[in-house]
Ligand binder design. Structure first.
Ligand code: PMV
Length: 330
């Protein structure tokens, strides 16, 4: 069997401080609004792609063959890369997440960013970071942001083909010594996936339009806070963006509730830390875990406080990290 060059890429996940929750086009994953995030140095994905003479695409996920649904999602993504590179060969994709999938943090953001870069390069395509961002977005909207490091803004874009729905780095934030403390809460019943939940929110939540209308102002406030290195200002945006996103989802019919008791206890812990003088600010994604933005110097104390919250099973401290990159090509 002759094979193409095997290319390995790594990407860090990212956590949105101004959330993306709503699509203007489901097939192309075009967002209804922009979003703004921080790419992390931990909680990432390492993916190797090699095109060979296999009969179908194969996906090895965290050391074991992946199920049909996951393999089909990756295969559909590879079809785009093959069409662009004008090749027909199938691929072997080996991917490892740096946190156990069971922790509920294995993010599609780092996964599709690493896959976009490794697959494009293995297929012989030389794509710009902006082109990679548009490609990664088709796999998962948040993945478009993990192509870049540090603080990143994702544009809503206007074009129907999505070519301007891409992310870019916000270099004003480079070197700002912040941390995200990730508190893993005991998981509850399996939550709804983000695409189904976004569609359901848009269809049934009376708060959806108000949520969408609130995002441009939050983006402007977050940009200004990053440029000024004003953590309380950025933290205030992050908290209200997360709460408004969840409020829109909770108001859907039937309701989408991602939180559990430990989520609320962790929110209370962060607010108590702040009342006692530590600038710490929470955000929550489509799951029960609580991520807290703080200064590097406060991260150990914030993590210690969150570890003591009933229902918090673990706490990880992540720093800003680089964008997706190729680490091996042989
Ligand atoms: O792109 P997806 O399907 O992983 O959805 C991301 C949704 C949130 O994580 C809740 C918000 C965000 O902007 O990352």
């Amino acid at each position: 069997m002759t094979a193409s060059k095997a290319v390995t890429a790594v990407a860090g996940t990212n956590i949105a401080l101004v959330k993306y929750w709503g699509k203007r086009d489901v097939a192309l994953n075009l967002p209804a609004t922009g979003s703004l995030s921080l790419t992390l140095d931990r909680l990432g994905t390492r993916t190797t792609v090699v095109f060979d003479d296999g009969e179908r695409d194969r996906l090895i996920l965290d050391g074991a063959p992946a199920g049909d649904a996951e393999t089909a999602r990756v295969s559909a993504f590879l079809d785009r890369v093959r069409a662009r590179a004008e090749i027909a060969r199938r691929a072997l994709v080996t991917t490892d997440n740096s946190v156990p999938t069971a922790a509920g943090l294995a993010s599609s953001a780092s996964g599709f960013a690493a896959l976009a870069l490794a697959a494009a390069r293995a297929a012989g395509l030389a794509l710009s970071p902006a082109e990679l961002s548009a490609l990664a977005r088709v796999g998962s909207g948040s993945a478009a942001r993990s192509i870049f490091g540090g603080f990143v803004e994702m544009a809503r874009g206007e074009r129907p083909d999505g070519s301007d729905a891409i992310a870019h780095a916000l270099p004003e934030g480079d070197g700002w010594d912040v941390r995200l403390v990730v508190a893993i809460t005991a998981s509850g019943p399996k939550a709804m996936g983000s695409t189904a939940a976004m569609t359901h929110t848009a269809r049934t939540s009376p708060f959806h339009d108000a949520w969408i209308a609130s995002v441009p102002g939050d983006l402007a406030a977050a940009r200004a806070a990053i440029a000024a290195r004003d953590l309380p200002a950025l933290g205030a945006v992050a908290e209200r963006s997360a709460l408004r996103m969840h409020a829109a989802a909770m108001a859907a019919d039937p309701a989408i509730i991602y939180w559990n008791a430990a989520t609320l206890a962790a929110i209370a812990c962060v607010r108590a830390l702040r009342a006692a003088g530590t600038p710490a600010f929470f955000t929550i994604d489509a799951g029960p875990h609580v991520k807290t933005l703080c200064h590097a110097a406060d991260a150990d104390a914030v993590a210690a406080a969150l570890r003591a919250v009933p229902g918090v099973s673990d706490c990880l401290i992540a720093a800003p990290g680089p964008g997706a990159r190729v680490v091996e090509a042989a």
